[in-house]
Design a protein around this ligand. Structure first.
Ligand code: 6R9
Length: 674
């Protein structure tokens, strides 16, 4: 089974109940103020946030011109922004007459000051194997070699290169080598099938695909090279395949294959960075929408890098010398921005982890934190929820005293998981940043700042500098002013990290993001702005359910359910209900060893009633041994909705799920009304 390191839940049995995490019950009204000493040393404290945010709103071009200076430009920009969100004429340009090279910004400019500092710590799947410490000097050498290998294969500025690699240093080399020669990379997560890989190679008309023999993960191996061979059966004959040796497990070579290790040995270790325009595409990343084919999200060279670097520095309060660990895979946007581009642009030490959170056991994250003295740790709620059920002793065995900031991303974090993260991992001393953003946004759009914000568990709280969020009424599209309100979330202005277009389909870009609410970037998320003006993401708008005229985020009900001591995970969808319009349908995974009984069903209904209110009481609870998730750990509610509607014929494509078999179980149980 293949999956991102984020989704520990897929690999774990439902956790045993009766762990002491039950003592960490959250109090929803409690906030957590920054430690004064931390705030003092931080890049931004509370007053600093207000001041800088106001400056970013008052004169955005002046603000972003200043931020543009964090990069080294070959030719400095004179124009800051040229943006229109008007349907039919949507264009987004930042720093458009400046030129630069991303690899030079991530590597070359650090050589003089920190050439011997570790740039990347590579932690292999098997903890018995040695970690690698790659200095900026070594990174420079290996990226130049890879750049020269790609040029030998005929790759030139503007060409596309698909990367289908395990989490090994060569994945970062490949990204940076493309950036160095001006090629556009498109990473396909190594857990994707040959079909998905083939579609993406064809979708961006790639010249070369870079892969490895095998990807070890959680003690098992995925045969990437043979997947690539299968994918390439459906691609042009001219596509070349560059193969990196990871395990030595490759058996077949074809005439289109090139041996990376041989070629790199011969390749020159210097390569001149190509001068790129700020608006030249840096990469394409395919992401799925709620419907239709995946979209090729296009990110730019200058604006994207400035935004990734800036958010990495402020959100995590990154300081020189810190060791930063984002547990994502480079196959997702989080890995692009916060394993490679943001940290390296800032001259950081960044960890690349090949494994999963539960191999060899549920202590792996914390073991790695201790071993590499991690200062900032960034992961996903799904991983935390799974780990918290395994017992606190997996955390408590390790010395986590170097942790300064904890982060989460990917979905709303339920207050239970937040509190566990805060108390058990952070020992009640380490601020948590709940970062809300999207593949499309390039970097964080809403997040607390660790030295500035009074933290509220479960809330992404406040906009990042330069971001102007608005809450709209979904029906009338009117702006809802004031606090204690709820609606759909749009962004009123642009920021440098914003995606520029959908690869090969600008019309689809306009239609997807700028047509429902004209004049704004539509995020697809719902949100609340509470009485204090803090933002709470309520989930994708297509996950919003309307019960008897009450709009409700599915996440809200889920959060209540998982707060119950016997519940491991829950997913909630709407289904047609004669009287209420929509009813609440809850899929519930119980803790290990807990028997699903009628009595427990009643208990959970009552629990949600008291947690949220009578309108939130689930109309139907189905026991679910597992939930259908994407490989990045997101619950596929589209499928759950269909099952709830008894529409079993229309489940759509389930092949991209981490474990397609869980769907059969759910359908079975639904049919038999279990
Ligand atoms: C970075 C990433 C984007 C969607 C987004 C939202 C959900 C992400 C969140 C969050 C609540 C957070 N999301 N972070 N919801 N709180 N902190 O995940 O990108 O894979 O494109 O997903 O994920 O629904 O719209 P992507």
């Amino acid at each position: 089974m293949a999956h991102g390191s984020f989704c520990a839940a897929d690999t774990l049995p439902a956790p045993d109940f009766a762990e002491d995490h039950m003592t960490t019950h959250s109090n929803p009204d409690k906030t957590y103020a920054p430690d004064p000493a931390f705030a003092k040393a931080a890049h931004v404290d509370a007053a600093g946030y207000e001041k800088m945010y106001e400056a970013s709103m008052a004169d955005p071009d002046a603000f972003w011109a200043e931020q543009g200076k964090r990069l080294d430009w070959i030719k400095p920009f004179s124009k800051v922004s040229d943006v229109s969100f008007d349907l039919g004429n949507v264009h987004i340009k930042w720093y458009e007459d400046g030129t630069l090279n991303v690899a030079a910004n991530c590597i070359d400019r650090h050589l003089e000051t920190r050439g011997d500092q570790t740039a990347i710590i590579w932690e292999p799947d098997d903890p018995k194997d040695d970690a690698k410490h790659i200095t900026y000097k070594q990174l420079h050498r290996d990226v130049c070699k890879m750049a020269n290998v790609l040029e030998t294969l005929g790759v030139r500025k503007g060409d596309r290169v698909v990367i289908y690699l395990p989490m090994i240093p060569e994945a970062a080399y490949a990204m940076l080598a493309c950036a160095r020669i001006g090629a556009i990379h498109s990473i396909v997560f190594a857990g994707f099938s040959p079909d998905a890989l083939g579609a993406r190679i064809n979708g961006c008309d790639a010249k070369v695909v870079i892969t490895a023999d095998e990807a070890p993960r959680g003690g098992r191996k995925t045969a990437l090279k043979s997947n690539t061979d299968q994918a390439l059966l459906h691609c042009k004959d001219s596509v070349k395949c560059l193969v990196v040796k990871r395990t030595g497990g490759q058996t077949t070579w074809t005439s289109r294959d090139y041996d990376y290790n041989d070629m790199a040995m011969e390749a020159d270790d210097v390569s001149k960075p190509v001068e790129m325009n700020a608006e030249d595409p840096l990469f394409i990343l395919y992401t799925s929408g709620s419907t239709g084919q995946p979209k090729g999200v296009v990110h730019s060279t200058g604006g994207y890098l400035a935004y990734a670097a800036m958010t990495h520095q402020y959100t995590f309060d990154y300081h020189d010398g810190d060791v930063f660990w984002c547990t994502a895979d480079v196959g997702w946007v989080t890995g692009h921005s916060y394993i490679v581009y943001g940290p390296l642009a800032n001259g950081a030490t960044t960890i690349m982890f090949e494994g999963v959170p539960t191999y060899p056991d549920a202590g792996r994250f914390w073991e790695v934190c201790e071993k590499h003295k991690v200062n900032q740790f960034y992961t996903a709620p799904t991983a935390l929820r799974a780990l918290m059920g395994q017992g606190n002793e997996f955390v408590e065995k390790y010395d986590l005293s170097d942790l300064k900031v904890l982060g989460t991303v990917g979905e709303p974090i339920n207050p239970e998981a937040w509190t566990w993260y805060y108390n058990v991992v952070g020992k009640g001393k380490v601020p948590i940043v709940d970062t809300w953003w999207q593949t499309e946004t390039g970097g964080h759009l809403m997040t607390p700042l660790p030295g500035a914000t009074n933290l509220k568990p479960g809330s992404a709280q406040q906009p990042f500098f330069g971001i102007k969020p608005l809450v709209l009424d979904p029906q009338s599209a009117e702006v809802i002013e004031g606090n204690d309100v709820e609606g759909v979330l749009v962004i009123a202005n642009s920021w440098p990290g914003q995606m520029r277009t959908v690869w090969g389909d600008h019309e689809r870009f306009e239609k997807t993001y700028f047509s429902d609410y004209p004049g704004y970037y539509f995020t697809g998320d719902g949100c609340k702005r509470d009485a204090d003006g803090d933002y709470w993401i309520t989930g994708r708008v297509d996950d919003v359910i309307n019960v008897s005229g009450h709009r409700m985020g599915t996440a809200e009900v889920e959060s209540a359910l998982v707060a119950h001591e016997k519940v491991a995970e829950a997913a909630v969808v709407g289904y047609p209900h004669d009287i209420k319009g929509q009813g609440i349908y809850a899929y519930v995974t119980l803790m290990n060893g807990v028997e699903p009984t009628e009595e427990l069903r009643k208990e959970l209904e009552k629990w949600v009633r008291t947690e949220i209110g009578p309108i939130a009481k689930p109309d139907l609870i189905q026991w679910a041994p597992g939930l259908p998730k994407t490989r990045s750990g997101k619950i596929m509610r589209r499928i759950l909705r269909k099952i709830a509607e008894d529409d079993f014929g229309a489940l759509g494509d389930t092949s991209t799920l981490a474990e397609p078999a869980v769907v059969d179980d759910l359908v079975d149980n639904r049919m038999n009304r279990k």
